[in-house]
Write a protein that binds this ligand. Structure first.
Ligand SMILES: [Zn+2]
Length: 369
């Protein structure tokens, strides 16, 4: 009889354990559905489960205790969780610069590096060497197996450049002093010239080229500030210079195209305030000349343009140059009164060359090229 009782108890026990998952799910359903007609039945099933669970729990506590004591005594380092952490990292870098990130992982998997935006920066997957390309934010991640660490990196501009697309369809009215402290007055702006053959106004050409140049300069890691972004804004030469001053630009380029009575005259030229300029010569004259020479060099090389005269003209009469307290120059890209240059300057292909040339000029000026 004792054996029979033990056998019955064993069978009962098996039934409870086997029935356990079914009861549990029934209880779960009852809990979520208040209006179930089986609610009372389910409630009793729940009570049953509770009892069973207690038993199971007791057993599992024993098992855990055994397992953990085993781990302490018999299984050593293999169960230590692998880790990953940064050894070398930075949160800020200038465009054009490189930095080698390094993460150390204790697991078996090699560390692999990646970036969230390859337009902003690229990274060598194996060496962790990052190259910052243009202004923005990028997340650098080091991964080893399922582990990873990340850091957000800010790519800062290598330099700030102010671009001034000459003139506008809306011309600033009135006059302004030609330089700080000067009693000589000059028109705040004028409507500029117009293509004798293409009939495109200068202000449209200068804005088109300036916008393309901005895109190229940003892709090269510069920050670009524009004096105007559309053809409706009336802005005087002093106001344009103040945009460059306020931006604390490292260089300021005024973009223009030329015109003259003779259609035969052609060639690019630069116009700047030299060391002898009475307003800003002492402070910026040397930088202005260096910037002018650099832009000329880049421009001529990229476009094959002819150069008018020596191409470098020291001027004291340009209001927009005289009020600029940053290295400044003005480019006359070519003559809109010359049939070849007028038509050429309106083509996308030549604009691309002019833009490359001016961008190269900035790179030369800042020593990147
Ligand atoms: Zn002009």
């Amino acid at each position: 009889m004792n054996e029979l009782k033990r056998a019955l108890a064993f069978v009962l026990c098996i039934c409870v354990v086997v029935g356990f998952p079914g009861n549990l799910s029934a209880a779960g359903e009852a809990a979520s559905g208040d209006s179930s007609p089986n609610a009372s039945t389910d409630a009793s099933a729940e009570a049953q489960v509770e009892t069973t669970t207690t038993e199971v729990a007791t057993t599992s506590i024993d098992a855990t205790t055994e397992a953990s004591s085993e781990a302490t005594t018999e299984v050593p380092a293999t169960e230590v969780k692998p880790t990953i952490k940064w050894k070398n990292k930075t949160e800020s870098i200038k465009a054009g610069k490189s930095y080698t990130f390094k993460a150390v992982a204790t697991g078996d998997d090699a560390v692999k590096y990646s970036v969230s935006n390859t337009n902003v920066a690229t990274i060598n997957q194996t060496s962790g060497k990052l190259k910052a390309k243009k202004v923005g934010k990028v997340t650098v991640t080091a991964k080893s197996g399922s582990l990873s660490v990340s850091v957000e990196v800010t790519v800062k501009a290598k330099k700030i450049i102010c671009l001034d697309p000459g003139h506008s369809s809306s011309v600033a009215k009135g006059t302004e002093p030609i330089g700080p402290g000067s009693k000589t007055m000059k028109a705040k702006d004028n409507s500029g010239t117009c293509g004798n053959y293409t009939h495109v106004p200068e202000y449209k050409l200068t804005l088109t080229v300036a916008k393309k140049l901005r895109t190229t300069l940003i892709s090269r890691g510069y920050k670009v500030v524009m004096t105007r972004n559309d053809n409706k804004k009336a802005i005087s030469c002093i106001e344009r210079a103040k945009v460059a001053n306020k931006a604390k630009a490292n260089a300021y380029l005024r973009i223009h195209a030329d015109s003259i009575g003779s259609s035969a005259v052609r060639g690019m030229s630069m116009h700047y305030a030299s060391t002898s300029n009475p307003y800003i010569g002492k402070k910026y004259g040397a930088a202005n000349k260096k910037l002018s020479a650099a832009i000329k060099k880049g421009f001529v090389k990229a476009t094959g343009s002819k150069v008018r005269g020596g191409g470098l003209n020291a001027r004291n009469d340009l209001t927009g140059n005289n009020w600029a307290y940053v290295p400044t120059t003005l480019i006359e890209m070519g003559f809109m009164s010359n049939p070849t240059e007028d038509r050429l300057m309106q083509t996308a292909a030549y604009q691309k060359k002019m833009v490359k040339g001016m961008a190269d000029g900035f790179d030369i000026y800042f020593g990147y090229k």
